[in-house]
Unconditional design. Structure first.
Length: 256
């Protein structure tokens, strides 16, 4: 079911479809003894319950997918689910920051890089913490060198294998099969390392398209607190919106 932003609101204020309550026990899984890396992963993937994945699919940055994910997480927490914000990117939106501040946040892992440090999603800490649900922004995000996986969608898959539910955001332009279409539409090529294989969608128990009128999305992009790498026009945004809706409709048809 599409998720539509309230007219004129920033991405922090949205009307969201009611969340799907997990059909399993809402208590957190018992923590396991401290371990790390492949040994910890092997120990956890023996969990007989596989996690459930929900994807919030957006036509472009600014549609409000992060806010939709956070609102959904807050609603589930109010119903007793243990929710952990694993990697949330607010991009400076005040409304989104206010939503994120209401959830328990996993401290990032600091990875050494050229004499400094880069912040990364701490997969091992999430596996040890073992909440019922982890929130992850941008499945296409590239992890710093030194992390176990190259991209965040691979982190999500490991959480699912360990029996942890994942709610995540994804821009339609990052889907691998649409790379050439998006390049024609936007005039910009998506970097290969920031693409997500289409079979990740097959893992999702629920896919929610965050649908915003093209004019409103263009307004938000122009008002964004953080500058964008790529500037899109109304026609390009409309084409990306149609792609997102088509992907959502195709997934419904496959599951139907």
């Amino acid at each position: 079911m599409p998720c539509r932003a309230a007219g004129g609101a920033d991405p922090g204020v949205m009307e969201v479809a009611p969340p799907v309550v997990p059909d399993s026990d809402d208590q957190p899984a018992p923590p396991l003894p401290g371990d790390s890396g492949a040994a910890l992963s092997a120990q956890l993937t023996a969990n007989p319950r596989r996690g459930r994945l929900k994807i919030f699919l957006a036509p472009a940055s600014g549609a409000g997918a992060t806010s939709a994910m956070l609102i959904d997480g807050l609603a589930l927490r109010a119903q007793g689910t243990v929710v952990l914000a694993g990697a949330v990117e607010t991009h400076g939106w005040p409304g989104t920051q206010q939503l994120a501040a209401q959830l328990e946040t996993l401290p990032p892992r600091l990875v050494e890089h050229r004499g400094g440090h880069l912040a990364a999603f701490d997969l091992d800490a999430a596996l040890v913490r073992r909440p019922r649900l982890v929130l992850l922004d941008d499945l296409a995000a590239t992890n710093p060198q030194g992390c176990r996986h190259a991209q965040r969608w691979q982190d999500a898959r490991e959480l699912l294998d360990a029996g942890i539910d994942v709610h995540a955001t994804l821009e339609v332009s990052r889907l691998e099969s649409l790379a050439h279409v998006v390049e024609r539409v936007s005039g910009h090529e998506a970097r290969e390392r920031e693409r997500v294989p289409d079979d990740v969608l097959d893992l999702a128990h629920d896919l929610q398209v965050v649908d915003v009128p093209a004019e409103e999305l263009l307004r938000r992009m122009r008002a964004a607190p953080a500058p964008r790498e790529v500037n899109l026009g109304l026609q390009q945004i409309s084409a990306l919106r149609e792609l997102a809706l088509r992907v959502g409709a195709d997934r419904l048809r496959v599951r139907g």
